[in-house]
Ligand binder design. Sequence first.
Ligand code: DQA
Length: 137
Amino acid sequence: KKLIIINGPNLNLLGKREPNIYGSLSFTEFLDKVKQKYSNIEIDYYQSNIEGELIDKLQEVGFLYNGIILNAAAYTHTSVGIGDAVKAIETPVVEVHISNTFNREEFRHKSFISPNAKGVILGFGLQSYELAIQSFI
Ligand code: DQA
């Protein structure tokens, strides 16, 4: 099994960014632990702050991998382009969010990803990603 976690804008700052909302663990620290725990599956990782780069990556892996775990971060709420890419590819996408976007600002309630996602996991902190991995095994 080959999975990829794709993180969108500002998620490179995890651990430093609003730790009250997003926690104090960096994503690479978290990923190291998860990779050890699920050593029987290949888990790749990609992060970009750039909308078009996220679309390029979705297209690149979207016909090759068994699953995509996507946290498009702020682009979740704005990007028709990323939503269309999720629709265009064959690989199932599980949408994840660290925070419960429904108990935050109104503008975070809209997702361009959800209509074409296999499922959505949100509000469990970094554990949201682990639950998404489990959904593919
Ligand atoms: C987020 C929620 C988004 O609303 C926000 O813009 C983020 C992170 C989350 O994982 O909770 O950057 O996707």
